[in-house]
Design a protein around this ligand. Structure first.
Ligand code: IDP
Length: 141
């Protein structure tokens, strides 16, 4: 199929620490996407600087890098028809308070009153971002 895509998914440190990796993977598989790669790792600042380059200079950048390097995460590459848009729909709006019920962030996230939104998951936002991000987290894939 022409629109088969890959997306980079991260279960962020809040999601990992809360034991939500299985729940996130369950939703991905229930949706019908395939897991192509899966790992548990603690992100380095170098990986995060590359991953979040577009946000450098924004007020939430430093808290974001601090948060994302604070503990283990699960990284995954998923595959399926239009899975980039589809996973972002599964994830829900960036702010968990705004995220629709039924989405990962809407069902499982909330505002913790902190500088950075701890919103459980990351998903690539375009085919270009997905290719770049997969290269950062799964070089050689
Ligand atoms: P996305 O993860 O929904 O694609 P992005 O705009 O790419 O959202 O932002 C990356 C991450 O930075 C978000 O998931 C969230 O953790 C954090 N973030 C984004 N905007 C804000 C903000 O205004 N305040 C605090 N944290 C933010």
């Amino acid at each position: 199929m022409t629109d088969t895509e890959r997306s980079l998914v991260i279960v962020k440190p809040d999601g990992y620490a809360r034991g939500l990796t299985g729940e996130v993977l369950r939703r991905i598989e229930a949706k019908g996407y395939t897991l192509v790669a899966l790992a548990v790792t603690t992100p380095t600042r170098e990986q995060l600087a590359a991953h979040y380059a577009e946000h450098e200079g924004k007020p939430f950048y430093e808290p974001l890098v601090e948060f994302m390097s604070s503990g283990a995460v699960t990284t995954a590459v998923i595959e399926g028809q239009e899975c980039i848009k589809g996973f972002r729909s599964l994830a829900g709006a960036t702010n968990p308070t705004d995220a629709a019920p039924g989405s990962i962030r809407g069902d499982l996230g909330r505002d913790w009153g902190e500088k950075v939104q701890k919103n459980i998951v990351h998903g690539s936002d375009s085919p270009e971002s997905a290719a770049r991000e997969i290269g950062i987290w799964f070089p050689g894939l």
